[in-house]
Design a protein around this ligand. Structure first.
Ligand SMILES: [Zn+2]
Length: 163
């Protein structure tokens, strides 16, 4: 997991000059979570380590990491601003009852995070994702050794176990 976090944070810092992240309080999230499974997932996600590597590498490379208030980043429609209060963690697709915008829940949240931090207008250029690559796909294509699929070059990919 450590190695994986190193690779992902290096990749992010290489790709982007400004990185916007939700300012999540992991301790508070764990304490406020009523679900034992969710608490375990939050602790297991290594988010604090991810943030510390990201901040360190970004400052060394002269990149900017901007922490954004996480309130309603998932629940707000990035198209029209409607707040969908009944969105639950298991809803993986964001579907706006007001304007009809339907997209991946995390993509919607990432646009809100970007806009909250950068002050960019709400309106997407094409009113649809310009380039949408699922995060895992982007990372796996960059680091074939982490791919769940078998390596096309044979068995020489480094095996990295999660955790
Ligand atoms: Zn909407």
């Amino acid at each position: 997991m450590n190695d994986y976090i190193h690779k992902v944070t290096s990749w992010l810092v290489e790709q982007y000059s400004e990185i916007y992240v939700e300012d999540l309080d992991v301790k508070e999230m764990v304490e406020n979570s009523s679900s034992k499974t969710l608490r375990k997932h939050i602790l297991h996600s290594d988010f604090s380590r991810f943030m510390s590597y990201l901040s360190y590498k970004a400052s060394r490379a002269g990149r900017r990491v901007v922490k954004v208030n996480p309130k309603n980043t998932s629940k707000t429609c990035t198209e029209c601003g409607y707040v969908k209060k009944d969105l639950t963690l298991s809803d993986r697709v964001f579907s706006c009852p007001k304007c009809g915008w339907v997209t991946d829940r995390d993509y919607n949240a990432s646009l809100n995070t970007l806009r909250a931090g950068s002050g960019l207008p709400r309106e997407p250029v094409d009113r649809k994702p310009l380039l949408y690559i699922p995060f895992s796909e982007g990372v796996y294509s960059k680091f074939p050794g982490r791919s769940r699929k078998s390596s096309p070059r044979g068995g020489d990919a480094p095996s990295v176990m999660a955790g």
